[in-house]
Design a protein around this ligand. Sequence first.
Ligand code: ZN
Length: 156
Amino acid sequence: MMLIYNCSFMKQMDLNSVKSNRISKDEMWMQVAEVIAQRSSATKRKVGAVAVDENGYVLSTGYNGTLPGTDNTCEDPVTNKTYPHVIHAEDNMCRRLDDDSLVYAFYVTTAPCFNCAVKMSRFNPAIVYYDQEFKNNDGLMYLEDYGIEVVKLRRE
Ligand SMILES: [Zn+2]
């Protein structure tokens, strides 16, 4: 740090590199959630979810799919509807949290459904970030009614 303060040109370069090359932590975690979503076998919608604590440590992750050891097919090949036994990404993420997990934030690639929102609220996070819209806002409305901040991350 001393070297930077001793040279104004270096300081300028350093500030520029920070501004242009660094993504925010929120962008980083959402990108992590997107990578995790790619593990899903679903063909209609792959969803990823990440839970982090206030220090920025990952507590749990999840993606949508069937139970381990079962056929990974998520949609009925005739109707193309998602099978009811497919576990949502947020649900899988919550299953891997302990009852006393101190969740600060959830990052989900798609806004949670109502049932997942209820499961997520149990951990009383400060904030839930999402990217894509779900077919309805029931989950987001539930979270807000529960006093949890909901933020749609805009991709640039
Ligand atoms: Zn759900």
